[in-house]
Design a binder for this molecule. Sequence first.
Ligand code: AAL
Length: 449
Amino acid sequence: MKLLNFTLAATLVGALSCTPKYQGVVKDAETNSPISGVEVQIREDSTKVVTNENGEFEIECSNPNAKTLSWEAAGYMFEEKYNLKPSTNLNIQLRANKVSAAAARLESYREHGCEISNPEKPEWNIAFEQFDLKGDLAPDTAVTRRDPSAVIKVDGKYYVWYSYSLTFDEKKTAPWDFNDIYYATSTDGWNWKEEGIALARGEEGTYDHRSAFTTEIFVHEGKYYLVYQAAKDHAGIYTRNTVGIASSDSPDGPWVKESEPILHPTYTDNEYFDRSAVHDPCIIYYQNKFYLYYKGECSFSDKDGNMTWCDPVCGTDYGKYGMKQVKWGVAIADKPTGPYVKSDYNPITNTGHEISVWNYKDGVAILQHQDGPEGGTIQYSEDGVNFEIQGSVSNFPEAPGFYRPVSEATSPVTGASWGICHVLKWDVPGGWMHLKRFENVNKEYVVED
Ligand code: AAL
Protein backbone atom coordinates (compact mmCIF):
# COMPACT_ATOMS: atom_id res chain seq x y z
CA MET A 1 0.00 0.00 0.00
CA LYS A 2 2.77 2.35 1.00
CA LEU A 3 4.62 1.54 -2.21
CA LEU A 4 1.52 2.16 -4.31
CA ASN A 5 0.99 5.58 -2.70
CA PHE A 6 4.59 6.47 -3.31
CA THR A 7 4.36 5.53 -7.00
CA LEU A 8 1.12 7.49 -7.36
CA ALA A 9 2.64 10.54 -5.71
CA ALA A 10 5.75 10.36 -7.87
CA THR A 11 3.63 10.14 -11.04
CA LEU A 12 1.57 13.14 -9.94
CA VAL A 13 4.64 15.23 -9.15
CA GLY A 14 6.12 14.19 -12.49
CA ALA A 15 2.99 15.25 -14.37
CA LEU A 16 2.75 18.61 -12.58
CA SER A 17 6.40 19.54 -13.08
CA CYS A 18 6.49 18.26 -16.66
CA THR A 19 8.24 20.96 -18.73
CA PRO A 20 7.79 21.10 -22.47
CA LYS A 21 10.84 19.75 -24.28
CA TYR A 22 12.37 18.69 -27.54
CA GLN A 23 13.88 15.25 -27.69
CA GLY A 24 15.25 13.18 -30.52
CA VAL A 25 18.22 11.82 -32.37
CA VAL A 26 20.58 13.32 -34.99
CA LYS A 27 21.93 11.11 -37.78
CA ASP A 28 24.10 11.42 -40.86
CA ALA A 29 21.70 11.67 -43.84
CA GLU A 30 23.83 9.39 -45.99
CA THR A 31 25.15 6.74 -43.60
CA ASN A 32 22.33 6.92 -41.05
CA SER A 33 24.87 6.70 -38.21
CA PRO A 34 24.25 8.82 -35.11
CA ILE A 35 26.27 12.04 -34.75
CA SER A 36 27.58 12.98 -31.33
CA GLY A 37 28.60 16.49 -30.27
CA VAL A 38 25.92 18.25 -32.36
CA GLU A 39 24.95 21.57 -30.81
CA VAL A 40 21.17 21.85 -30.49
CA GLN A 41 19.82 25.32 -29.85
CA ILE A 42 16.43 26.86 -29.10
CA ARG A 43 16.67 30.31 -30.67
CA GLU A 44 13.96 32.04 -28.62
CA ASP A 45 15.29 30.71 -25.30
CA SER A 46 19.02 31.00 -26.15
CA THR A 47 19.53 27.55 -24.63
CA LYS A 48 21.83 24.86 -25.97
CA VAL A 49 22.59 21.17 -25.43
CA VAL A 50 24.92 18.76 -27.20
CA THR A 51 24.01 15.31 -28.54
CA ASN A 52 25.43 12.30 -26.65
CA GLU A 53 27.42 9.44 -28.14
CA ASN A 54 24.20 7.92 -29.51
CA GLY A 55 23.29 11.19 -31.26
CA GLU A 56 20.47 11.78 -28.75
CA PHE A 57 19.44 15.10 -27.28
CA GLU A 58 16.88 16.44 -24.84
CA ILE A 59 16.34 20.16 -24.32
CA GLU A 60 13.69 21.79 -22.17
CA CYS A 61 11.94 24.93 -23.32
CA SER A 62 10.49 27.87 -21.45
CA ASN A 63 6.89 27.36 -22.63
CA PRO A 64 4.91 25.16 -25.03
CA ASN A 65 4.90 27.71 -27.88
CA ALA A 66 6.37 26.76 -31.26
CA LYS A 67 10.03 27.76 -31.58
CA THR A 68 13.02 27.84 -33.93
CA LEU A 69 15.49 25.01 -33.39
CA SER A 70 18.90 24.54 -34.95
CA TRP A 71 21.41 21.68 -35.18
CA GLU A 72 25.03 22.45 -35.90
CA ALA A 73 28.13 20.25 -36.23
CA ALA A 74 31.48 20.81 -37.93
CA GLY A 75 31.55 19.32 -41.43
CA TYR A 76 27.74 19.26 -41.76
CA MET A 77 25.18 21.64 -43.22
CA PHE A 78 23.46 23.75 -40.57
CA GLU A 79 19.90 22.57 -40.01
CA GLU A 80 17.10 24.78 -38.80
CA LYS A 81 13.40 24.24 -38.19
CA TYR A 82 10.92 27.05 -37.72
CA ASN A 83 7.60 26.99 -35.85
CA LEU A 84 8.38 23.69 -34.21
CA LYS A 85 6.15 22.64 -31.31
CA PRO A 86 7.75 20.72 -28.42
CA SER A 87 8.13 17.14 -29.54
CA THR A 88 9.79 13.98 -28.25
CA ASN A 89 10.50 11.92 -31.34
CA LEU A 90 12.50 14.21 -33.59
CA ASN A 91 14.59 12.47 -36.21
CA ILE A 92 17.11 15.00 -37.54
CA GLN A 93 19.23 14.20 -40.59
CA LEU A 94 22.35 16.26 -41.21
CA ARG A 95 23.91 16.48 -44.68
CA ALA A 96 27.70 16.42 -44.94
CA ASN A 97 29.13 19.66 -46.34
CA LYS A 98 30.94 19.09 -49.66
CA VAL A 99 33.82 21.11 -51.07
CA SER A 100 32.97 23.05 -54.24
CA ALA A 101 35.54 23.62 -57.00
CA ALA A 102 35.85 27.31 -55.97
CA ALA A 103 36.33 26.41 -52.29
CA ALA A 104 39.09 23.98 -53.28
CA ARG A 105 40.78 26.72 -55.35
CA LEU A 106 40.63 29.02 -52.33
CA GLU A 107 42.52 26.47 -50.25
CA SER A 108 45.18 26.39 -52.93
CA TYR A 109 45.38 30.25 -53.00
CA ARG A 110 45.73 30.16 -49.23
CA GLU A 111 48.78 27.95 -49.57
CA HIS A 112 50.36 29.18 -52.78
CA GLY A 113 49.33 32.86 -53.07
CA CYS A 114 46.48 34.69 -54.77
CA GLU A 115 47.59 34.36 -58.40
CA ILE A 116 44.72 32.85 -60.40
CA SER A 117 44.92 30.80 -63.57
CA ASN A 118 42.62 32.18 -66.30
CA PRO A 119 42.48 30.48 -69.75
CA GLU A 120 41.10 33.76 -71.29
CA LYS A 121 39.03 31.91 -73.89
CA PRO A 122 38.13 34.55 -76.54
CA GLU A 123 34.52 33.41 -76.85
CA TRP A 124 34.08 33.93 -73.10
CA ASN A 125 35.79 37.32 -72.70
CA ILE A 126 33.51 40.30 -72.17
CA ALA A 127 34.19 44.04 -72.62
CA PHE A 128 31.42 46.16 -71.13
CA GLU A 129 30.63 49.79 -71.78
CA GLN A 130 28.05 51.90 -69.98
CA PHE A 131 25.59 54.51 -71.24
CA ASP A 132 23.12 56.94 -69.63
CA LEU A 133 19.45 56.12 -69.89
CA LYS A 134 16.76 58.49 -71.11
CA GLY A 135 13.26 59.40 -69.97
CA ASP A 136 12.29 58.77 -66.34
CA LEU A 137 15.47 56.76 -65.68
CA ALA A 138 17.82 59.58 -66.73
CA PRO A 139 20.09 60.64 -63.81
CA ASP A 140 18.18 62.66 -61.18
CA THR A 141 19.79 63.51 -57.81
CA ALA A 142 16.41 63.65 -56.05
CA VAL A 143 15.72 59.93 -56.55
CA THR A 144 17.95 56.96 -55.71
CA ARG A 145 17.33 54.03 -58.02
CA ARG A 146 19.63 51.05 -57.56
CA ASP A 147 20.14 47.28 -57.74
CA PRO A 148 18.11 46.68 -60.91
CA SER A 149 16.65 43.28 -61.77
CA ALA A 150 17.19 41.41 -65.02
CA VAL A 151 15.44 42.97 -68.02
CA ILE A 152 12.65 40.98 -69.66
CA LYS A 153 10.58 41.57 -72.79
CA VAL A 154 6.83 41.00 -72.69
CA ASP A 155 4.60 41.78 -75.69
CA GLY A 156 7.25 43.98 -77.31
CA LYS A 157 7.97 45.96 -74.11
CA TYR A 158 11.07 45.79 -71.92
CA TYR A 159 10.59 45.71 -68.14
CA VAL A 160 13.00 46.37 -65.28
CA TRP A 161 12.47 46.47 -61.49
CA TYR A 162 14.72 48.23 -58.95
CA SER A 163 15.10 49.60 -55.41
CA TYR A 164 13.61 53.08 -55.05
CA SER A 165 13.88 55.80 -52.41
CA LEU A 166 14.08 59.56 -52.21
CA THR A 167 17.72 60.56 -51.91
CA PHE A 168 17.16 63.25 -49.28
CA ASP A 169 15.24 61.22 -46.71
CA GLU A 170 16.78 61.73 -43.29
CA LYS A 171 15.32 58.50 -41.89
CA LYS A 172 17.54 56.41 -44.18
CA THR A 173 20.69 54.92 -42.65
CA ALA A 174 21.82 53.51 -46.02
CA PRO A 175 20.71 54.09 -49.63
CA TRP A 176 18.74 50.79 -49.48
CA ASP A 177 17.00 51.65 -46.21
CA PHE A 178 13.22 52.41 -46.32
CA ASN A 179 13.07 51.29 -49.97
CA ASP A 180 10.21 49.99 -52.06
CA ILE A 181 10.45 48.17 -55.38
CA TYR A 182 9.51 50.22 -58.43
CA TYR A 183 9.45 49.30 -62.10
CA ALA A 184 9.80 50.91 -65.51
CA THR A 185 9.06 49.94 -69.11
CA SER A 186 10.57 50.84 -72.46
CA THR A 187 10.03 50.03 -76.12
CA ASP A 188 13.71 50.42 -77.10
CA GLY A 189 15.66 49.64 -73.89
CA TRP A 190 17.00 53.23 -73.73
CA ASN A 191 14.07 55.52 -73.08
CA TRP A 192 12.20 54.40 -69.95
CA LYS A 193 8.86 55.25 -68.39
CA GLU A 194 8.62 54.76 -64.63
CA GLU A 195 5.37 52.89 -63.99
CA GLY A 196 5.42 53.34 -60.19
CA ILE A 197 5.48 50.97 -57.27
CA ALA A 198 5.46 47.22 -57.92
CA LEU A 199 6.01 45.93 -54.41
CA ALA A 200 5.80 48.00 -51.23
CA ARG A 201 7.28 47.42 -47.79
CA GLY A 202 5.04 45.33 -45.53
CA GLU A 203 2.98 46.25 -42.48
CA GLU A 204 4.52 46.57 -39.03
CA GLY A 205 5.72 43.18 -37.75
CA THR A 206 6.14 41.61 -41.19
CA TYR A 207 9.50 40.44 -42.54
CA ASP A 208 9.85 43.29 -45.04
CA HIS A 209 8.43 46.11 -42.93
CA ARG A 210 11.58 48.23 -42.88
CA SER A 211 12.69 47.81 -46.48
CA ALA A 212 12.03 45.81 -49.66
CA PHE A 213 14.98 46.06 -52.05
CA THR A 214 17.55 44.46 -54.39
CA THR A 215 15.09 42.49 -56.45
CA GLU A 216 15.24 40.04 -59.34
CA ILE A 217 12.57 39.00 -61.81
CA PHE A 218 12.02 35.36 -62.69
CA VAL A 219 9.49 34.12 -65.26
CA HIS A 220 8.28 30.54 -65.37
CA GLU A 221 5.30 28.97 -67.14
CA GLY A 222 3.55 32.29 -67.63
CA LYS A 223 3.94 33.37 -64.02
CA TYR A 224 6.15 36.23 -62.82
CA TYR A 225 8.16 36.19 -59.59
CA LEU A 226 9.92 39.03 -57.81
CA VAL A 227 12.50 37.72 -55.37
CA TYR A 228 14.00 40.41 -53.13
CA GLN A 229 15.94 41.34 -50.01
CA ALA A 230 13.75 42.01 -47.01
CA ALA A 231 14.53 43.87 -43.79
CA LYS A 232 12.08 43.57 -40.92
CA ASP A 233 13.88 46.20 -38.86
CA HIS A 234 17.10 48.17 -38.90
CA ALA A 235 19.22 45.05 -38.26
CA GLY A 236 18.19 43.70 -41.66
CA ILE A 237 19.64 46.74 -43.42
CA TYR A 238 23.22 45.82 -42.55
CA THR A 239 23.02 42.24 -41.25
CA ARG A 240 20.75 39.22 -41.07
CA ASN A 241 18.22 40.21 -43.69
CA THR A 242 15.95 37.59 -45.25
CA VAL A 243 14.78 36.93 -48.82
CA GLY A 244 11.14 37.34 -49.81
CA ILE A 245 9.23 36.36 -52.94
CA ALA A 246 6.02 37.60 -54.57
CA SER A 247 4.21 36.32 -57.65
CA SER A 248 1.84 37.67 -60.26
CA ASP A 249 0.10 36.63 -63.48
CA SER A 250 1.29 39.82 -65.16
CA PRO A 251 4.51 41.87 -65.12
CA ASP A 252 2.30 44.81 -64.15
CA GLY A 253 1.14 43.05 -60.98
CA PRO A 254 -0.63 42.88 -58.61
CA TRP A 255 2.10 41.02 -56.69
CA VAL A 256 1.18 38.55 -53.96
CA LYS A 257 3.84 38.00 -51.30
CA GLU A 258 4.49 34.66 -49.63
CA SER A 259 3.76 34.94 -45.91
CA GLU A 260 7.25 33.81 -44.83
CA PRO A 261 10.74 34.50 -46.20
CA ILE A 262 12.22 31.81 -48.47
CA LEU A 263 15.84 32.21 -47.33
CA HIS A 264 17.60 33.12 -44.07
CA PRO A 265 21.23 33.64 -43.09
CA THR A 266 22.83 30.70 -41.26
CA TYR A 267 22.18 31.54 -37.63
CA THR A 268 25.54 30.49 -36.24
CA ASP A 269 28.07 32.03 -33.86
CA ASN A 270 30.84 30.41 -35.90
CA GLU A 271 32.62 31.73 -38.99
CA TYR A 272 30.41 30.71 -41.89
CA PHE A 273 30.09 32.42 -45.27
CA ASP A 274 26.40 33.41 -44.96
CA ARG A 275 26.11 33.93 -41.20
CA SER A 276 25.56 37.71 -41.52
CA ALA A 277 23.50 38.18 -44.67
CA VAL A 278 21.85 36.60 -47.70
CA HIS A 279 21.95 39.26 -50.43
CA ASP A 280 21.20 39.79 -54.13
CA PRO A 281 18.88 36.79 -54.65
CA CYS A 282 18.44 35.56 -58.23
CA ILE A 283 16.47 32.52 -59.41
CA ILE A 284 17.10 30.52 -62.58
CA TYR A 285 15.39 27.38 -63.82
CA TYR A 286 17.93 24.62 -64.20
CA GLN A 287 17.66 20.84 -64.54
CA ASN A 288 13.95 20.93 -63.68
CA LYS A 289 14.62 22.73 -60.40
CA PHE A 290 14.77 26.30 -59.20
CA TYR A 291 18.24 27.54 -58.30
CA LEU A 292 18.27 30.54 -55.99
CA TYR A 293 21.75 32.06 -56.14
CA TYR A 294 22.70 34.56 -53.46
CA LYS A 295 25.64 36.38 -51.96
CA GLY A 296 26.51 35.48 -48.39
CA GLU A 297 28.32 37.74 -45.98
CA CYS A 298 30.29 36.82 -42.89
CA SER A 299 31.41 39.39 -40.36
CA PHE A 300 31.59 39.96 -36.63
CA SER A 301 31.10 43.18 -34.66
CA ASP A 302 32.78 43.88 -31.34
CA LYS A 303 31.00 45.67 -28.49
CA ASP A 304 32.00 49.08 -29.94
CA GLY A 305 30.44 48.21 -33.27
CA ASN A 306 33.78 47.71 -35.03
CA MET A 307 33.38 45.10 -37.70
CA THR A 308 35.77 42.50 -39.04
CA TRP A 309 35.21 40.37 -42.12
CA CYS A 310 35.71 36.61 -41.86
CA ASP A 311 38.47 34.79 -43.71
CA PRO A 312 39.74 37.73 -45.81
CA VAL A 313 42.39 35.67 -47.65
CA CYS A 314 43.00 37.21 -51.11
CA GLY A 315 40.14 39.62 -50.41
CA THR A 316 39.68 43.21 -51.53
CA ASP A 317 41.26 45.92 -49.38
CA TYR A 318 38.68 48.38 -48.02
CA GLY A 319 41.22 50.47 -46.10
CA LYS A 320 40.01 51.16 -42.59
CA TYR A 321 37.25 48.55 -42.98
CA GLY A 322 39.86 45.86 -43.67
CA MET A 323 40.07 43.09 -46.23
CA LYS A 324 36.80 41.68 -47.46
CA GLN A 325 36.01 38.37 -49.06
CA VAL A 326 32.50 37.45 -50.15
CA LYS A 327 31.19 34.10 -51.34
CA TRP A 328 28.01 32.98 -53.06
CA GLY A 329 25.66 30.22 -52.10
CA VAL A 330 22.80 28.51 -53.88
CA ALA A 331 19.58 27.03 -52.52
CA ILE A 332 17.50 24.63 -54.60
CA ALA A 333 13.75 23.99 -54.72
CA ASP A 334 11.13 22.04 -56.66
CA LYS A 335 8.82 25.05 -56.90
CA PRO A 336 9.69 28.73 -57.52
CA THR A 337 8.35 29.73 -54.11
CA GLY A 338 10.29 27.00 -52.28
CA PRO A 339 10.95 25.45 -49.88
CA TYR A 340 14.60 26.15 -50.77
CA VAL A 341 17.36 23.90 -49.43
CA LYS A 342 20.89 25.27 -49.29
CA SER A 343 23.30 23.21 -51.43
CA ASP A 344 25.74 20.86 -49.71
CA TYR A 345 28.42 22.48 -51.92
CA ASN A 346 27.99 25.96 -50.41
CA PRO A 347 29.88 28.23 -50.67
CA ILE A 348 30.10 27.83 -54.44
CA THR A 349 32.41 30.78 -55.15
CA ASN A 350 35.38 32.33 -53.39
CA THR A 351 34.60 35.85 -54.66
CA GLY A 352 31.47 38.07 -54.83
CA HIS A 353 29.60 40.62 -55.04
CA GLU A 354 26.27 40.95 -56.86
CA ILE A 355 24.78 37.83 -58.41
CA SER A 356 25.23 37.74 -62.20
CA VAL A 357 24.10 34.41 -63.55
CA TRP A 358 22.56 32.96 -66.74
CA ASN A 359 21.81 29.64 -68.39
CA TYR A 360 24.12 28.49 -71.14
CA LYS A 361 23.74 25.15 -72.90
CA ASP A 362 23.44 22.48 -70.22
CA GLY A 363 25.18 24.57 -67.58
CA VAL A 364 25.26 27.86 -65.75
CA ALA A 365 27.52 30.89 -66.38
CA ILE A 366 28.42 33.55 -63.81
CA LEU A 367 30.44 36.74 -63.46
CA GLN A 368 32.58 37.41 -60.43
CA HIS A 369 32.91 41.09 -59.63
CA GLN A 370 35.07 41.75 -56.55
CA ASP A 371 35.84 40.90 -52.90
CA GLY A 372 37.94 37.82 -53.51
CA PRO A 373 40.77 36.43 -55.63
CA GLU A 374 38.70 35.76 -58.77
CA GLY A 375 37.25 39.26 -59.31
CA GLY A 376 36.76 40.17 -62.99
CA THR A 377 36.39 36.57 -64.16
CA ILE A 378 33.66 34.78 -66.06
CA GLN A 379 33.00 31.21 -65.00
CA TYR A 380 31.00 28.19 -66.11
CA SER A 381 29.75 25.04 -64.46
CA GLU A 382 28.02 21.96 -65.79
CA ASP A 383 26.17 21.31 -62.55
CA GLY A 384 25.29 24.78 -61.28
CA VAL A 385 27.64 24.49 -58.28
CA ASN A 386 31.21 23.68 -59.38
CA PHE A 387 32.41 26.69 -61.37
CA GLU A 388 35.63 26.95 -63.43
CA ILE A 389 37.22 30.15 -64.76
CA GLN A 390 36.77 30.72 -68.54
CA GLY A 391 37.65 34.34 -69.30
CA SER A 392 37.74 37.96 -68.13
CA VAL A 393 35.34 40.85 -67.84
CA SER A 394 36.50 44.42 -68.33
CA ASN A 395 34.74 47.59 -67.04
CA PHE A 396 32.50 45.54 -64.77
CA PRO A 397 29.16 47.35 -64.21
CA GLU A 398 27.90 47.69 -60.62
CA ALA A 399 24.92 45.46 -59.84
CA PRO A 400 24.24 44.28 -63.41
CA GLY A 401 20.80 42.94 -64.31
CA PHE A 402 21.02 41.11 -67.65
CA TYR A 403 18.55 41.16 -70.47
CA ARG A 404 17.11 37.63 -70.55
CA PRO A 405 16.98 36.64 -74.25
CA VAL A 406 13.92 34.80 -75.41
CA SER A 407 15.80 32.61 -77.90
CA GLU A 408 18.39 29.92 -77.18
CA ALA A 409 21.87 31.21 -76.43
CA THR A 410 24.23 30.71 -79.38
CA SER A 411 27.39 31.96 -77.70
CA PRO A 412 28.54 31.56 -74.09
CA VAL A 413 28.03 35.25 -73.35
CA THR A 414 24.64 35.78 -75.04
CA GLY A 415 23.17 35.90 -71.56
CA ALA A 416 25.36 38.91 -70.73
CA SER A 417 24.84 40.90 -73.97
CA TRP A 418 23.32 43.98 -72.31
CA GLY A 419 21.31 45.08 -69.32
CA ILE A 420 20.83 47.71 -66.64
CA CYS A 421 23.28 48.45 -63.83
CA HIS A 422 23.64 51.23 -61.26
CA VAL A 423 26.23 53.92 -60.62
CA LEU A 424 27.19 55.02 -57.13
CA LYS A 425 27.51 58.78 -56.65
CA TRP A 426 28.94 60.29 -53.46
CA ASP A 427 28.63 64.01 -54.23
CA VAL A 428 25.75 64.47 -51.74
CA PRO A 429 25.74 63.34 -48.06
CA GLY A 430 24.92 59.60 -47.92
CA GLY A 431 25.29 59.33 -51.69
CA TRP A 432 22.76 58.68 -54.43
CA MET A 433 22.52 56.19 -57.27
CA HIS A 434 21.08 56.06 -60.75
CA LEU A 435 20.59 53.36 -63.37
CA LYS A 436 22.58 52.94 -66.58
CA ARG A 437 22.58 50.65 -69.58
CA PHE A 438 25.60 48.43 -70.18
CA GLU A 439 26.53 46.46 -73.28
CA ASN A 440 29.13 43.89 -74.17
CA VAL A 441 30.96 45.68 -76.97
CA ASN A 442 32.83 42.49 -77.80
CA LYS A 443 30.08 42.23 -80.45
CA GLU A 444 31.49 39.22 -82.21
CA TYR A 445 30.04 37.03 -79.48
CA VAL A 446 26.84 38.90 -78.78
CA VAL A 447 23.53 37.83 -80.27
CA GLU A 448 20.65 40.28 -80.67
CA ASP A 449 17.27 38.88 -79.72
C1 AAL B 1 24.15 45.93 -52.63
C2 AAL B 1 23.66 44.50 -52.44
C3 AAL B 1 22.65 44.43 -51.31
C4 AAL B 1 23.22 45.02 -50.07
C5 AAL B 1 23.23 46.46 -50.45
C6 AAL B 1 21.87 46.61 -51.07
O1 AAL B 1 25.33 46.03 -53.34
O2 AAL B 1 24.72 43.62 -52.22
O3 AAL B 1 21.59 45.33 -51.65
O4 AAL B 1 22.35 44.81 -48.98
O5 AAL B 1 24.29 46.63 -51.39
